[in-house]
Design a protein around this ligand. Structure first.
Ligand SMILES: [Zn+2]
Length: 299
């Protein structure tokens, strides 16, 4: 599904880029047009995004109705202006600044985080009825759905609906830039009891999280493929408390060591290939999450 969609996105991204170039050339006399990146300031939020996303990171947040044309796969509703502001604040505080803090500069996000963040108001559904929380296309774009039901003070809901997804999709992008070693998938391949990756059947093969954990997968979706499992391990680790992580490992029972072996490869990959200690990143993310109930989300 990712591959099919990527082709569509590549085309529409090209059209978008071309039409944007045209817009900024037409509007050179308008001081609100930032030439070169096709960015037009129409709202206070646009101004805030310029200062907090574009200038520091070269990341563009697309939240308007016009941006919706770029997704032809689903019937989608645009994100509300207020929800988009809250989400942008939260992405900045809980995610971008967390990576800045651990790496000591904005360079890591600037060099590696996708350049386009796409906000959608409604959920998107797969053919099998499951909800798509987020997608990453070709390493350049992350889409977050269902923003119109955002509860910006509910940390658990933020994690399960958005932030686990952002770390997950960002993980795919890092993996595209630097592949992980083949030892990772061999852990499942060599396991006893006939455990294997099950692709799109993950929801049927593993009807509960417990059933997936007991086969050595950190989540139901992690059983899809080694690529999904790798980023599930990273994203679930950094968004969960040590206690919650330990509860998952304990639930895995006899397969606990299988998860630990896999996580060890994930941990070393982030440390050796990216200079990121996932345990420290988790501490930073959890500390920032504690600020969410009182965080100033206005612009
Ligand atoms: Zn994925």
């Amino acid at each position: 599904m990712h591959i099919m969609k990527r082709t569509i996105f590549a085309l529409s991204a090209l059209v978008f880029a071309l039409s944007n170039t045209a817009c900024s050339e037409d509007g050179l006399d308008d001081k609100s047009v930032i030439t070169g990146i096709g960015y037009e300031i129409e709202t206070p939020f646009d101004e805030w995004l310029l200062e907090n996303f574009i200038e520091p990171y070269n990341i563009r947040v697309m939240y308007r109705y016009e941006d919706m044309e770029s997704d032809m796969t689903y019937n989608l509703v645009p994100a509300r202006y207020e929800r988009s502001i809250e989400m942008a604040q939260l992405v900045s505080y809980l995610c971008l600044q967390a990576y800045d803090e651990i790496t000591g500069s904005r360079d890591f996000i600037r060099a590696n985080f996708p350049k386009d963040l796409f906000f959608v108001g409604s959920p998107a559904y797969n053919n099998n009825g499951s909800i798509v929380l987020g997608t990453a296309e070709g390493g350049t774009k992350i889409t977050l759905y269902n923003l119109n039901t955002l509860d910006p003070r509910n940390v658990d809901a933020l994690n399960s609906s958005y932030f686990k997804t952002i770390h997950h999709e960002f993980g795919h992008i890092l993996n595209q830039k630097k592949p992980y070693t083949s030892d990772f998938e061999q852990i499942v391949g060599k396991s006893d009891g006939g455990i294997r990756y099950v692709g799109n059947s993950c929801w049927e093969v593993y009807p509960t999280e417990t059933s997936a954990l007991q086969d050595g997968f950190i989540s139901r979706y992690a059983s899809t493929s080694d690529g999904e499992e790798f980023v599930e391990l990273a994203s679930i680790y950094v968004t969960n408390t040590p206690e919650a992580w330990e509860t998952k490992l304990r639930t895995a029972g006899a397969r606990r060591s299988m998860i630990e072996q896999k996580f060890d490869i994930v941990y070393k990959y982030y440390e050796n290939d990216w200079g990121i200690d996932l345990e420290k990143l988790r501490e930073i993310v959890l500390r920032r999450q504690q600020d969410v109930p009182t965080l100033d989300l206005d612009i």
